[in-house]
Design a protein. Structure first.
Length: 380
């Protein structure tokens, strides 16, 4: 709660410094203070909340860098902390580096080098420090959500032969993948026989690519449906998994005897009760505008609007500010299910994204040195 509150306060300070807009600053404060999603997640023990604060500070640091600031240490520190907190963030940063290096190497000193150092530190810790401390790598099946969802979708809705279906089932415990559900690959993944997979990797991927080639439309469809609510405003109407609560808190009582989540203990019971009574209000679920405002896809839609605005205005270098978030969303598309906590990093970025795209009044030190300027010299 303290770390997130500090990051939100610093984000408001960045917004005022670079926009000089009291109205936008006040609106940002109201958004962070009264948004029930932010309130509930502020006391959640989930690592995604700490990561959201890191991504918010990284984005603000990139904003400061774009406006002529010297923030090498900030970019390095928040990139590194983000890698430690979220296992898919290093992949997002690698894609970020690739874009910078390929399209404009002149920007590498400002943007790429601190991120590269953070990735190097993370690599050293993951491959040397963790093994020395007997910290083991997680199971490989955590990275197989999309392939497993696609092959089981082909079994359920495709034109596979009985022999092919049995071949797919042979990779699951007791030759049974349980059942298929749009928007949630965890049910299938828990049934996946990882020990058998380790001995039959070549056979598995040969089978997988054959099924994808035979069922291309179904494979694409099942992939997009896996995390539909994270990018489509219509996700709530199509993905039954998200109907549990419209605003997903991830703080449900787990049906295990003797287990009570931190959020449901006596620390913050009243706040959670108020929040859940608010989320169950039928008007939010039934009204299309309110449903969109409190949906998991809102931050991505805001990002697309801001992205188009920056491109149209010719401020393409500012797109760098949002690239870590964009590539994070892309990595989420390969995840097992659509929970609100995955959208939370984008939710806290909404005021910053709008400020950068529509209200930034700061003088850019390198205003004409865009990322897509094909390597032209940077202006002073």
């Amino acid at each position: 709660m303290i770390f997130l509150s500090l990051s939100l306060g610093m984000a408001v300070e960045y917004i005022y410094r670079f926009t000089m807009s009291r109205v936008l600053t006040v609106v940002s404060i109201i958004f962070y203070s009264l948004n029930p999603v932010v309130s509930v997640f502020s006391f959640s023990t989930c690592k995604n909340i700490l990561f959201s604060a890191c991504l918010l500070m990284l984005t603000c640091s990139l904003w400061e860098q774009c406006n002529g600031g010297e923030v090498f240490g900030k970019i390095l520190a928040f990139s590194f902390l983000g890698c430690l907190l979220l296992n898919n963030f290093p992949y997002a940063l690698v894609a970020y580096l690739f874009i910078i290096i390929v399209f404009n190497r002149k920007l590498s000193k400002c943007y790429a080098i601190p991120v590269a150092f953070s990735l190097l530190l993370f690599f050293l810790i993951s491959n040397f420090l963790y093994p020395a401390l007997n910290i083991e790598k997680g199971p490989d099946k955590e990275m197989l959500s999309v392939p497993l969802q696609q092959i089981v979708h082909a079994c359920e809705y495709g034109d596979l032969s009985p022999e092919e279906i049995n071949h797919v089932r042979s990779f699951f415990i007791d030759n049974d993948y349980y059942y298929f559900q749009y928007g949630n690959a965890d049910m299938i993944k828990t049934r996946f026989n990882e020990n058998d997979y380790e001995n039959r990797k070549k056979e598995f991927y040969k089978m997988y690519f054959r099924i994808v080639s035979e069922e291309p439309v179904g494979s694409i469809y099942s992939f997009l449906r896996l995390n539909f609510p994270l990018w489509s405003p219509m996700g709530i109407d199509i993905c039954d998994y998200t109907m549990t609560d419209y605003i997903e808190t991830d703080t449900y009582e787990i049906p295990i005897e003797g287990f009570t989540g931190f959020e449901r203990m006596s620390f913050f019971p009243k706040l959670l009760e108020i929040y859940e009574s608010f989320t169950s209000y039928s008007m939010i679920k039934d009204h299309p505008v309110l449903r969109f405002i409190f949906g998991a896809s809102l931050p991505f839609i805001i990002f697309l609007i801001c992205f188009i605005k920056l491109v149209y205005s010719g401020l393409k270098e500012k797109i760098l500010i949002f690239l870590p978030y964009l590539f994070l969303v892309i990595t989420h598309l390969f995840g097992p299910l659509s929970n609100m906590r995955y959208a939370f990093p984008g939710i806290v970025l909404i005021p910053v994204m709008i400020s950068v795209a529509f209200a930034d009044k700061a003088e850019l030190k390198n205003e004409k040195s865009f990322i897509f300027d094909n390597g032209n010299e940077l202006s002073d």
